[in-house]
Design a binder for this molecule. Structure first.
Ligand code: MF3
Ligand code: CO
Length: 278
């Protein structure tokens, strides 16, 4: 039985198609695979492993589970039409903010690595990311990771009816900037569901009480991207890898969530939400 948390029909509100309860369950199937991949990464990320090895494992795992890697083949984000994204994971090491392409690089003690993964399961999408330390890292870098993850949870706490999109955006900006770090301003969080990227697309900064009123049935991938220095970035010649302009370290955490009448459901959590039990 479904709790009365989402509309019975997928009707559009402000250009956003609200998800039905059964659609949210499908997104959870995708999200469970995403969560399992990231859980495995927590043990596989060690000094000496290559990012290509992590990617190979993730792709095999997703396909064995009946999913399809959502990033592989994704069209270039550059206007001029660069190459499609070539891998299952984004593996973004140290000063790489996002979209690092897996390859021969071997992780070393003291690195940080952001791992982002998206899965399409029977036409429904989920997307999540974590930043992990390789061995021991300096206290200020550990703090970068903690604050970025805290910004994600502060944003998720705002994802409920009665709040607006600006409350989510402000929660991220405030959490990050009050701790002395910076929000990467050139990349966005996004709606998600039948596609990896759906409306609304929104920067991780904003004004409390402003913007789109949040409604049960909205599903979004909230993804603070945070730098220790300048927030500006550039894209490498491969057409994807986004690095900080000043070479400062960067972190990225992301969950796919569903807004309900009560607390949001974390669709990319490892644990099942009892409200999704059928
Ligand atoms: N989580 C990122 C996003 O939602 C990863 C996208 S990689 C891409 O934009 F290849 F799919 F673009
Ligand atoms: Co995303």
């Amino acid at each position: 039985m479904s709790p009365r948390v989402v509309p019975r029909t997928g009707r559009p509100v402000a250009g956003i198609r609200l998800k039905t309860w059964s659609e949210i369950r499908m997104m959870r199937e995708a999200g469970r695979i995403v969560a399992e991949v990231l859980a495995a990464m927590r043990t596989m990320v060690q000094s000496g492993v290559t990012t290509a090895e992590l990617d190979r494992w993730a792709e095999d795992y997703i396909r064995r589970r009946g999913g399809i890697p959502a990033f592989k083949g994704y069209p270039s984000m550059k206007d001029e039409g660069g190459p499609p994204y070539p891998a299952t994971l984004c593996t973004s090491v140290n000063h790489v903010l996002v979209h690092g392409i897996p390859g021969p690089y071997r992780l070393r003690e003291g690195d940080i690595i952001s791992i982002d993964v998206g899965v399409n399961f029977r036409g429904y999408y989920a997307d999540a990311a974590i930043t992990l330390p390789v061995g021991s890292i300096p206290p200020e870098v550990r703090r970068l990771l903690e604050v970025t993850e805290a910004a994600l949870w502060a944003a998720i706490a705002q994802a409920r009816p009665g709040r607006r999109l600006g409350d989510i955006q402000w929660a991220i900006q405030h959490t990050v900037e009050s701790r002395g770090f910076r929000v990467a301003r050139e990349f966005t969080s996004h709606g998600i569901g039948r596609a990896l990227h759906e409306p609304p697309s929104f920067v991780n900064l904003g004004h409390p009480g402003r913007g789109l009123p949040l409604r049960p049935g909205m599903t979004m991938a909230i993804e603070p991207m945070v730098t220790m220095g300048d927030w500006r970035t550039r894209i490498l010649e491969d057409g994807w890898t986004v690095v900080t302009l000043d070479g400062s370290l960067a972190a990225h955490f992301e969950h796919t969530i569903a807004i309900t009448e009560g607390d949001p459901i974390i669709l990319t959590a490892l644990e099942d939400d009892p409200r999704l039990a059928s």
